[in-house]
Design a protein around this ligand. Structure first.
Ligand SMILES: NC(=O)c1ccc[n+]([C@@H]2O[C@H](COP(=O)([O-])OP(=O)(O)OC[C@H]3O[C@@H](n4cnc5c(N)ncnc54)[C@H](O)[C@@H]3O)[C@@H](O)[C@H]2O)c1
Length: 324
């Protein structure tokens, strides 16, 4: 049996999913859709499939088994609601939405219709994260310190905080989600920010840097330091990282890598799997088996992560601690 896949939004991240999907047995990318006709046409030619400029028309005409939603965040709710209406399984790129009210509408609909879906928190599929989860079960964590240093977004659609949510909602959301996944729930957050250092960037409305402190259910604290003030190559020298400070031990997670430091040992564990492939494969396998065990992030859980990120934004605006 062939799995007929449609791709909605053929920009930057769609390339990672298309690359992965092409390697998964039984998958056929049947059609792509982008509101930018030239972009859609070019992608369709590369893949050898049909293209559309209206996702509703594509869904109506193509009898697809599922879609990958790879459009900007401010379009997610509308497209997800249409998929639910049409009983169409969907893989949704993060963030699940931009507003809490949107997630409430989707959750109501998803409770009525039990549709197979997944939200793209690919770090949950990182073998290093599974290893980290195991390690942390036996550790007494004292503090969690995380950092994501980058540049003003290269893609225009993410430069606007109003349209994409800003750095925490769009990018550091991966770390908030990962920390919840491996360690536990966050119950309050306080965030301060600075902005206005880049008046020459006309489309940019985000924060230049922010510093959040969060409290966990377990009664300990963590922080998240974010900046867009640097340059694209910074991640080579200073990759985004999460450090778990334990008693006489430092455990550091970076993409696909864990380092454990003690007074007499420096241990490194490195993996090299493609995380988009792993999350896409898990979705396709679930579609075939109907067994959802392999899907590590569903819409319901992803909204808990989003809520924390939106609370960080709220905290910056109101200058107060937000209880989650
Ligand atoms: N998981 C990750 O690591 C990761 C990385 C990058 C982006 N993303 C997420 O993927 C999504 C897309 O980001 P991107 O960087 O690819 O953006 P992008 O701007 O490069 O691509 C988005 C594409 O969607 C198209 N589009 C917009 N509205 C549409 C609609 N209604 N119907 C069809 N097409 C539409 C645009 O024309 C554009 O080509 C965002 O939610 C982003 O947060 C995730």
């Amino acid at each position: 049996m062939e799995i007929k896949v449609g791709i909605i939004g053929t920009g930057r991240i769609s390339n990672a999913h298309i690359f992965s999907l092409k390697q998964i047995e039984r998958v056929k990318i049947f059609s792509v859709c982008d509101i930018n006709k030239e972009v859609a046409k070019k992608k369709a030619e590369e893949i050898g499939c049909k293209y559309y400029i209206d996702y509703k028309e594509m869904i109506e005409k193509e009898n697809l088994d599922c879609v990958w939603i790879c459009t900007p965040a401010d379009t997610h709710t509308e497209i997800v609601l249409y998929c639910i209406e049409k009983n169409l399984p969907f893989f949704l790129e993060k963030p699940p939405a931009l507003k809490k009210e949107e997630t409430e509408i989707v959750i109501e609909k998803l409770k009525e219709k039990d549709i197979i879906h997944s939200v793209g928190f690919m770090l949950r599929y990182d073998p290093a994260v599974e290893k980290l989860k195991e390690i942390l079960k036996n550790e007494k964590v004292i503090f969690i310190s995380s950092e994501w240093f980058w540049t003003i977004p290269l893609v225009d659609s993410i430069k606007s905080k109003e349209k994409a949510g800003g750095q925490i909602v769009d990018q550091a959301i991966h770390f908030i989600d990962l920390i919840r996944y491996v360690f536990g729930e966050i119950i309050s957050i306080y965030t301060k920010r600075v902005k206005g250092f880049f008046p020459e960037e006309k489309l940019y409305t985000g924060d230049d840097a922010s510093c959040s402190i969060f409290e966990f259910e377990k009664g300990i604290y963590g922080n998240l330091l974010c900046t867009y003030a640097l340059f694209p190559e910074i991640t080579k020298f200073h990759p985004p990282k999460i450090r778990f400070i334990c008693k006489k031990k430092l455990i550091e997670y970076t993409h696909k890598k864990i380092v454990i430091m003690t007074s007499d040992k420096y241990e490194e564990f490195i993996w090299n799997q493609d995380l988009y492939y792993l999350e896409d494969k898990a979705f396709i396998e679930t579609l075939i088996s109907k067994n959802r065990r392999n899907i590590k992030s569903d819409y319901f859980d992803s909204t808990k992560t989003l809520k924390i990120c939106l609370s960080a934004n709220q905290s910056m605006e109101k200058n107060k601690i937000i209880q989650i």
